[in-house]
Design a protein around this ligand. Structure first.
Ligand code: NAP
Ligand code: GDD
Length: 327
């Protein structure tokens, strides 16, 4: 292999973002390594489904964010030039059910990985997957890199701690560590538990006569929804700068869950009011009511901007789910 080929290590490569990022880095000529949980090798059909088309192109390593030893060994074996730390318990709702395991993987996992990188490859560039959930109960709108954090869930708290750890490794050890403060980003590869994919999957089922109802929680929550394929490009851009820094990545538009429903149902000629019911069981103990990102810094410094608009995203996801059902 040529000396100039860069090695990237991705945690969470089996997830939505990991799959798009792996594609992007392969297209740029990187040698891509990914960490997957051992169980993924036992259930390749489901657990590796998002990267099924890439498994011959990437090198997968079995490991877990709960195990410092496994992360240390993988970093030692791979000697990465860039680490993209995307692995996490990423479902906000579940973090209320099991905050302890969320903290374990999201806080300790981040700390373990940062420490392994510091000890083995301190010159390696490191991306931490921060989140707009860190803003939580927002103190200003739109949110920028300097907006105060007020997390409203164990997940949000875990990401604030991961963000603080990442910044501390940058400041204390001079490491090249960047955090992306990414607002919600979606795609046909989004997990079915998240509201956008739950809606588009149900729209397809309802259109095909396989379901009659969609039960949701808070329809008035506002989110700044972008396309995951656009957002992973920003992750890579951050690690190519001359200085490490943190960036808000968003679209700069916000829409309610209700608007998402309206658009998704109307795309197949249906009225969402005929199918959507509110079930309080989907409410959260504490809600994040409004998210809206200001990407001035990312636009000016990274030259990044989103390509896929809200309407196009909704249609892309509905069309995908309709096509998947007809296969
Ligand atoms: P995702 O689809 O839920 O993927 C999460 C990934 O983390 C999966 O590959 C999962 O592996 C892995 N993982 C979870 N727990 C693990 C553990 N204990 N050990 C090893 N791997 C583990 O999430 P995503 O949407 O791609 O998001 C990627 C990252 O960005 C996450 O850190 C998320 O919190 C953050 N983020 C996402 C958004 C968004 O809107 N998508 C916005 C801001 C920040 P399995 O396949 O084995 O479960
Ligand atoms: N999941 C879900 N299911 N959410 C619902 C439902 C439902 O039935 N009904 C209403 N919602 C509302 C939630 O209360 C929330 O306000 C909004 O829809 C979005 O919920 P999710 O799609 O679960 O995403 P999230 O905003 O909580 O978290 C996602 O974005 C974060 C970035 O802001 C995740 O991807 C996080 O990992 C990410 O950090």
């Amino acid at each position: 292999m040529s000396e100039s080929v860069k090695r990237a290590l991705i945690t969470g490569i089996t997830g939505q973002d990991g799959s798009y990022l792996a594609e992007h880095l392969l297209a740029l000529g990187y040698k891509v390594h990914g960490i997957v949980r051992r169980v993924a090798f036992e259930r390749e059909g489901t657990r590796l489904s998002r990267i099924a088309h890439l498994t011959d192109l990437v090198t997968l390593h079995s490991g877990s964010l709960e195990s410092y030893a496994s992360l240390y060994k993988i970093v030692q074996d791979v000697q990465p030039d860039e680490v993209y730390h995307l692995g996490a318990q990423s479902f906000v709702s579940y973090s209320f059910d099991d905050p302890f395991s969320t903290f374990q993987s999201n806080i300790n996992g981040t700390h373990f990985l940062l420490e392994a990188v510091r000890l083995i490859v301190p010159q390696c560039r490191f991306y931490f997957a921060g989140s707009s959930e860190m803003f939580g109960q927002v103190t200003e709108s739109p949110q920028t890199e300097s907006t105060k954090f007020h997390p409203r869930s164990p997940y949000g708290i875990s990401k604030v701690t991961g963000f603080d750890l990442s910044r501390n490794y940058r400041e204390a050890y001079g490491m090249f560590v960047c955090s992306g403060i990414l607002f919600n980003h979606e795609s046909p590869r989004r997990g079915l538990e998240f509201v956008t994919r739950k809606i588009t999957w149900h729209v397809a089922q309802i259109k095909q006569g396989k379901k009659t109802q969609l039960a949701l929680g808070n329809l008035d929550a506002l989110r700044d929804w972008g396309f995951a394929g656009d957002f992973v490009i920003a992750m890579h851009c951050m690690l190519q700068q001359s200085q490490p820094d943190d960036y808000v990545i968003a679209t700069g538009e916000t829409h309610t869950v209700r608007e998402f429903c309206e658009l998704a149902f109307s795309h197949v000629g249906l009225n969402y009011e005929d199918y959507v019911v509110v079930d309080p069981k989907f409410y959260r103990p504490a809600e994040v009511h409004l998210l809206l990102g200001d990407t001035t810094k990312a636009r000016q410094t990274l030259g990044w901007k989103p390509q896929v608009a809200f309407r196009e995203l909704v249609h892309m996801m509905v069309d995908h789910d309709l096509a998947a059902l007809s296969d």
